[in-house]
Design a binder for this molecule. Structure first.
Ligand code: IMP
Ligand code: MG
Length: 173
């Protein structure tokens, strides 16, 4: 059965916000070599949209980690299933993720990447659910703060589906 999905953030609002974030990043990293690191699979739509709106050249790499099973509750554990292809030592890194929820996934990933000695590391997320935080995790660039609702679209899935939706929607049943 298909889920019922209500629009929370319309497509154009998401696109306008990504343009603003891209402008801020292009200004900050002008003249630098910036590596965007996306966490698969959720970051893909946000990362590509962001990269296309930036006015500086960027490099792209991905890693995969999962903390969720097939439902809507977090297991509270993170498993790295695909690592980066290249070293990040001495590089300016922008970690890109769809959402920061409890913060556990990004906490573990940022700790691991810090050990590889990048020149700098910042975090950009499309969505932030601050009310759900279990560990301290502040993103440097946040698209939208949202309440404690389960959302899909822009890379976010419900049982691996609905990542492709161009708006952010709430699963209501
Ligand atoms: P955290 O470790 O609890 O911050 O969880 C991060 C991951 O949980 C995200 O990368 C998403 O894959 C998933 N997640 C958290 N909230 C939602 C949601 O509302 N919809 C879909 N996936 C979510
Ligand atoms: Mg994810």
């Amino acid at each position: 059965m298909d889920a019922k999905i209500e629009v929370l953030i319309p497509e154009q609002d998401v696109r306008d916000r990504i343009q603003e974030m891209a402008d801020a990043l292009s200004e900050k990293y002008a003249g630098e070599n910036l590596h965007l690191i996306g966490i698969l699979n959720g970051s893909v739509f946000f990362l590509t949209a962001l990269a296309q709106k930036m006015s500086i050249p960027v490099e792209i790499d991905f890693m995969a980690a999962s903390s969720y099973g097939s439902g809507t509750e977090s297991s509270g554990r993170v498993l790295v299933t695909k690592d980066l292809d290249r070293s990040i030592e001495g590089d300016h890194i922008l970690l890109v993720e769809d959402i920061v929820d409890t913060g556990q996934t990004l906490h573990l990933i940022t700790e691991m990447l810090e050990e590889r000695n990048p020149a700098s590391m910042e975090l950009a997320v499309l969505l932030d659910k601050p009310s759900r935080r279990k560990v301290c995790m502040d993103a440097d660039y946040i698209g939208f703060e949202i309440p404690d609702v389960f959302v899909v679209g822009w890379g976010l899935d419900y049982d691996q589906k609905y990542r492709e939706l161009p708006f952010v929607g709430i699963v209501t049943e």
